[in-house]
Design a protein around this ligand. Structure first.
Ligand SMILES: [Zn+2]
Length: 179
């Protein structure tokens, strides 16, 4: 679903009518998945100055293959999704930024559990002695499925790899709580 809304360029401050995706369904638009993952689905180029701007208006992302729905909104917009019907059994997640949305898509693609991964992040933050560090999952890597996180440091993105055993330990803890 596409809407046209006026957005202001962050560089030249000109207002432009921009076509934005208010809803992305990778079932009916499979080509959108790659554009979500590389972020290009959420960029618009200013016709006046050429600046590439981020679109951060609310978006609903539906991925029937991964049975995932992400409601992306800075304001914590809530959307009622009926538990029966076409979206029965879907995981429904909230994301407060495009970055958080993209991360959720990567997590589900990798077959990981976002709740377990959140605990992995807490453990990693404790080990790094950095409580506020904004870790983002990027991918699994290598034969041992090392978990790669990125985090910002002095304006750059750094990477850290953690062993899959950390994920397994965290999963055991979370599964224990779920039981
Ligand atoms: Zn511009």
């Amino acid at each position: 679903m596409i809407s046209e809304i006026p957005l202001k360029c962050t560089n030249c401050l000109n207002s432009n009518n921009v076509r934005i995706h208010t809803m992305i369904n990778t079932g009916s638009e499979p080509e959108m998945k790659a554009k979500v993952l590389d972020g290009s689905a959420f960029l618009w180029d200013c016709p006046h100055c050429g600046k590439s701007n981020l679109i951060d208006s609310p978006t609903v992302y539906i991925d029937p293959q991964e049975k995932l729905i992400v409601i992306c909104s800075k304001e914590g917009l809530s959307v009622e999704i009926p538990e029966d019907g076409p979206y029965a059994g879907f995981s429904i997640r909230q994301a407060d930024s495009i970055g958080a949305l993209i991360e959720l898509v990567k997590i589900f693609d990798a077959g990981l559990d976002d709740e377990v991964l959140n605990l992995c992040k807490q453990v990693t933050r404790m080990e790094m002695k950095a409580d506020e560090l904004n870790l983002r999952f990027v991918r699994l890597e290598g034969a041992d499925n090392e978990i790669i996180f990125t985090y910002p440091k002095k304006g750059q993105m750094e990477m850290i790899a953690i062993g899959f055993n950390v994920y397994e330990d965290c999963k055991a803890i979370i599964d224990g709580h779920r039981r």
